[in-house]
Design a protein around this ligand. Structure first.
Ligand code: PAF
Length: 287
């Protein structure tokens, strides 16, 4: 089993990264907030397969949580996470303290306009500014060649790809497929918040996305009816509360598709609450 170096200091992390780059090694980077599930581990495996060294960051970023959100109760389990990484070929875990990244007097934020405003951005104001800021900081510290993100956070991934391109960051932002439980629920650290009944109810999201994507793919439903189709299925589950969005979107611009003459790929995306747990999921459909 491999010994993983756990680094707390941003300066030490950058010094290590520079040594690797000077030796001509590629650095794969998986930014995370910890509480690993198989989705995280799939990103790590992809990084270790494609790079000479792999760095995983574990940092619950206060800047991406709103005042009434779950920053305090977000699951944290550094020891358990390290245990899971030991089986994989990870070289370094970067796990700084909030004061290391946001010292007193901190003033600088990154905002990817437009893409950050719809979908989750409408319900979580400031969230993507927090994400773009921390990922920029982590990129500057870890100096990765490639960085890996999950498709489950589709909007986040699109924002970060755009940010890397707009800010001339010489980093490949790679988006990896959603990893699902056997019953289709997309893996998420927040799934642990749900009780048994809520967990069972949550499978409606995958069922709704699958049904509507099959109908769209076979021309049995016009794209403009996707939202109605998704909502009808989601609302058949009594524990579904507060559907924040459920519709078809342009996978590049994230604009809602209201016309029917769409060809190519369409993004179906959903955000809703079951009890106190906010869940998101999506699927790409080829029309
Ligand atoms: O997807 C996440 O876990 C977080 O948003 C990220 C990218 C690690 C930034 O804190």
């Amino acid at each position: 089993m491999k010994k993983i170096e756990v680094v707390r200091s941003p300066k030490v992390m950058t010094a290590l990264a520079k040594e690797c780059l000077q030796e001509g090694l590629t650095i794969g980077f998986v930014p995370t907030m910890g509480a690993f599930h198989k989705g995280h581990l799939s990103l790590v495996k992809r990084s270790t397969a494609e790079n000479d060294v792999s760095v995983v960051s574990i940092f619950v970023n206060p800047a991406q949580f709103g005042p009434s959100e779950d920053f305090k109760r977000y699951p944290r389990d550094l020891e358990g996470d390290l245990e899971k990484l030991r089986e994989l070929k990870v070289d370094t875990v970067f796990s700084p303290e909030p004061e290391d990244l946001y010292p007193g007097g901190y003033l600088t934020y990154v905002n990817v306009e437009g893409l950050s405003e719809g979908l989750c951005g409408t319900f979580r104001p400031g969230h993507f500014r927090g994400v773009a800021t921390i990922v920029t900081k982590l990129f500057n510290i870890v100096l990765p060649t490639r960085a890996y993100f999950g498709q489950k956070d589709y909007q986040q991934a699109r924002i970060l790809q755009t940010m890397a391109s707009d800010l001339n960051m010489d980093i490949d932002v790679i988006v990896c497929p959603i990893v699902r439980e056997e019953d289709g629920l997309a893996m998420s650290s927040r799934n642990a918040y749900m009780d048994e009944e809520e967990r069972r109810a949550a499978t409606i999201i995958y069922r709704a996305l699958t049904k509507i994507s099959n109908m769209l793919a076979h021309g049995e439903l016009p794209v403009s009816r996707s939202s109605d189709g998704l909502r009808n299925i989601l609302l058949s589950e009594p524990l579904v509360d507060d559907i924040q969005y459920a519709s078809a979107y342009d996978p590049e611009t994230l604009e809602e598709l209201k016309q029917d003459d769409c060809t190519g790929e369409v993004l179906l995306a959903v955000a809703l609450k079951i009890g106190r747990t906010r869940l998101i999921d999506n699927m790409i459909v080829k029309i």
